[in-house]
Ligand binder design. Sequence first.
Ligand code: FES
Length: 151
Amino acid sequence: MYKEICSKYEATKDNLIYILHDIQDTHPQHYISDEAVTAISEYLSIPPNHIYGVLTFYTMYSTKPRGKNIIRLCESPPCYIKGSENILRKLKVLLGVDTGETSKDGQFTLELCACLGVCGNAPVMMINDNVYGDLTEEKVVEIIEKVRRGN
Ligand code: FES
């Protein structure tokens, strides 16, 4: 699978970021495994340490298995002022996880992130590629239920 993904891209170092994205997005647990790093290293002829360096530099990459749905709650000041802390507390209770953890059913991973660029709708979170703004605790309950049902 990893070799197949790599081969979609020209074998130059400049494509490392794109390959990492593709592999992480394709993996059902949204992460980059050691096997994936080995495959990329061979394909691009770059040492695994270099790849791990990139993986640890960018917070969007994970080297640990994650849930089916990745929640990224904005923790930048405009969202914080508008109550992102309450939203975080609610999410933790709803999912039974702490920040950076995956729910027991493997459905959700809860992460924090910097500004998502839609501060006018603070507080804001993303679930996978969808943005949810003007969050309230009630709204969060509805959103999580909807995503759980697969809507
Ligand atoms: S500060 Fe949260 S979206 Fe900009």
